[in-house]
Design a protein around this ligand. Structure first.
Ligand code: PLP
Length: 345
């Protein structure tokens, strides 16, 4: 799928919004390191850089957007709510606690227990509602109507997108020569923001959204030319699950305008990329975080130009499952069994 590149005039985001977000979150979300992976650099034929969002205080980049959105709420807001595959909820819980606000996080029963525990540990209430992100969203919207809580979308909110865009700002400021950006793609707040900031600083940078090949709503929507629903299925990249909303206002048009391409990777490829990051670079990261590596390792990126940067988006995984992956054991994904394979470079 090749997309037409260019800045989206309709979305209304400006670089002033991104600069303002950077000032708002400074000192609370960290400016994370951008470090080369020697193994991946050899594969890419030039620098392959990892933007280590795993090192944020909540273990994922979503803190940026959540802090920026929660900071904008009026003082008398009775609380915040959101639907989440886990990391947005953790970000909102963290940001709400810092402002002394109540937070109610709505999630489906596909969310791993480790993510639920992490959110509760931040003092937020957790509601498990139904089998899908859509069910979780419905519960969150019910709370807005019933209790006057402010809802913060995980991706379709201008302040959330501006917050995630600060990642693009940091990458291009540190390495203005980056030629290719590989961005994990779900609801598209991250990809929209990173692509917007990066292309504002260097219109020639190629930005590729990467997601899993089963149940990826943004990829299906971009292919269809309008937001569509897909069935949510268990994936190693659980943070990439969920719909984009049939009434998506921002992240869909921005991804359509700004992404040069979308690439899909298989569960086996994600499994292998998690092994590579662990065994070669000694790093722990979620399945959603390694799809950029997976696409390169599987030879799915044609005409890959270095320097390459990818966002290693989070590390909030179930350690029992991670241990199985790095030791090459089978993984149950719902009714499906993903065959294990011992790591070999
Ligand atoms: C949310 C998330 C993504 C995808 O971000 P979107 O803005 O929904 O596209 C990728 N990786 C991790 C770890 C996430 O939590």
């Amino acid at each position: 799928m090749t997309r037409q590149a260019g800045l989206s005039p309709g979305a209304g985001l400006s670089m002033a919004d991104v600069e303002a977000a950077a000032r708002t979150i400074a000192g609370r979300a960290d400016a994370t390191p951008l470090i080369p992976s020697p193994y991946m650099s050899a594969r890419a034929g030039g620098d392959f850089l990892l933007k280590m969002e795993t090192m944020q205080p909540i273990g994922a980049f979503k803190l940026r957007g959540a802090l920026n959105a929660v900071a904008a709420l009026p003082e008398d807001t009775p609380g915040v709510t959101c639907c989440s595959t886990g990391n947005h909820g953790r970000g909102v819980a963290y940001a709400a606690r810092a402002r002394g606000m109540r937070a109610v996080i709505c999630m489906s029963d596909l969310v791993p227990q480790a993510k639920i525990d992490g959110i509760r540990a931040l003092g937020a209430e957790v509601r498990i509602a139904g089998r899908s992100q859509d069910d979780a969203l419905a519960e969150s919207q019910r709370l807005v109507a019933a209790e006057g809580l402010a809802e913060i979308s995980p991706f379709d909110d201008p302040r959330v997108i501006a917050g995630q865009a600060t990642i693009g700002l940091e990458i291009l400021r540190a390495r203005p020569d980056v030629a290719t950006l590989l961005v994990p793609l779900s609801g598209g707040g991250l990809a929209a923001g990173v692509a917007f900031a990066a292309k504002s600083l260097n219109p020639a940078v190629r930005v590729i959204g990467i997601t899993m090949d089963r149940g990826a709503a943004m990829a299906a929507s971009l292919a269809a030319g309008r937001p569509v629903e897909v069935e949510e299925v268990p994936s190693l990249a659980d943070s990439l699950g969920g719909g984009i909303g049939l009434h998506n206002r921002l992240s869909f048009p921005m991804c359509r305008a700004l992404l040069d391409e979308v690439i899909l990777v298989s569960e086996e490829e994600i499994y292998h990329a998690m092994q590579v990051l662990y065994h070669e670079d000694r790093m722990v990261a979620e399945g959603a975080s390694v799809v950029g590596l997976a696409a390169v390792l599987a030879g799915r990126v044609t005409d890959l130009a270095a320097p390459v940067a990818t966002v290693v988006t989070g590390r909030n995984l179930d350690m029992a499952i991670f241990t199985k992956i790095v030791t090459g054991q089978d993984i149950a994904l719902g009714h499906h069994v993903l065959k294990g394979r011992a790591y070999a470079a």
